[in-house]
Design a protein around this ligand. Structure first.
Ligand code: AVI
Length: 328
């Protein structure tokens, strides 16, 4: 019995490495070079992202935390009124530091529900299954480790109750607006009429505030971006000279798109394994990530375009961030 898990783990690792290699080579050989931001989150990247969330410039976490601490009662009341009996499913639950306030409020209101946190990281799910029941002993929790849509399917097989889906932290901002539309449409297909969806959106605001959030003075976001080059070096046997790349975030207040680039400081070549050699020109840009910002009107339009009915929204006191509630 010990052989099978080891074999499975190494096979999973092999599959991961193949997909990672494929995506990296595809991005670095494209006419406009890019890397897929989903690869930021290795063990070092997870730690750096935790540190970003503590940075004074990175207001998003504090704003959404304010919404969930100060308005947990209103949010719970609205969910109960709209959905009656329901289970809670959280996509990309992380450490649930924000949703725990809602979970606690629902328990103290006597709502009988199961919490299904979904996360791609097995480690995250294991930790949640230990830590959350310690903090909320009455909580019924069923962690689901895997891809969002596969795990949504599993959650649906566990229970036929209505679902309240949470997708928080402005994770939707890491999609282009077109991809966000596709994602919401796909969610719609996995939901039943009457199910609710709560999504955290970062709002358009003073451009300098946004730019600073992705260019913190302590250099954590810089390290977060450069860490992906380190990861490619370690995992794919590449030779990025990380010092020769500069973190360069931009924000376009017209489109609301914040884009992070790494700029090649010199003409250089990077080898990936034995077969691939990538040429960088001096000043060539490598696109790393987008963090899309929205207006409330754009969010409402997104709901309607993807088949949802907007119910209400909860904003922080500065009106920098909203968690919107939509009904399927
Ligand atoms: C996870 N995501 C919502 C973060 C964001 O704001 O786009 C990732 C991040 N990248 C740099 N700082 C934070």
């Amino acid at each position: 019995t010990t052989v099978i898990p080891t074999y499975t783990a190494s096979r999973k690792r092999q599959q991961h490495l193949q997909a990672f290699y494929h995506d990296v080579v595809k991005g670095l050989t494209a006419p406009n070079k890019y890397l897929d931001a989903k690869y930021f989150y290795d063990a070092a990247g997870d730690v750096l992202f935790q540190q970003i969330m503590q940075c004074p410039e990175y207001y998003l976490t504090g704003c959404e935390m304010e919404i969930f601490t100060r308005q947990a009662a209103q949010i719970a009341h609205t969910l109960q009124q709209r959905a009656g009996n329901f289970d809670v499913v959280e996509l990309g639950a992380g450490d649930a530091t924000k949703s725990i306030h809602l979970l606690r409020q629902l328990l103290s209101n006597g709502v009988d529900y199961t919490y299904f946190p979904i996360d791609i990281s097995a480690n995250v799910i294991n930790q949640l299954q230990i830590n959350l029941p310690a903090a909320l002993p009455q909580l019924r929790i069923q962690g689901l480790n895997g891809e969002y849509f596969q795990m949504l399917q599993q959650a649906a097989e566990h229970t036929s109750r209505k679902k309240v889906l949470l997708f928080m932290g402005s994770n939707i901002g890491n999609f282009t607006t077109e991809a966000a539309r596709g994602f919401c449409q796909q969610l719609h297909q996995y939901m039943q009429p009457g199910d609710l969806l709560m999504i955290g959106f970062d709002l358009k605001k003073h451009p300098q505030v946004i730019l600073d959030a992705y260019n913190d003075a302590a250099g954590i976001t810089r390290a977060f971006n450069l860490n992906l080059l380190h990861r490619i070096n370690h995992e794919l046997n590449a030779d990025f000279d990380v010092q020769q790349f500069m973190h360069y975030p931009t924000y376009d207040p017209g489109t609301g798109t914040c884009s992070s680039y790494l700029i090649s400081l010199t003409t250089q070549q990077v080898h990936i394994g034995e077969d691939v050699c990538i040429d960088f020109a001096a000043n060539e840009a490598l696109h790393m990530e987008i963090s899309q910002k929205y207006t409330l009107e754009e969010i409402t339009a997104l709901a309607r375009q993807t088949g949802f009915t907007p119910v209400t929204h909860f904003a922080d006191h500065k009106k920098w961030f909203v968690d919107v509630l939509w009904e399927r």
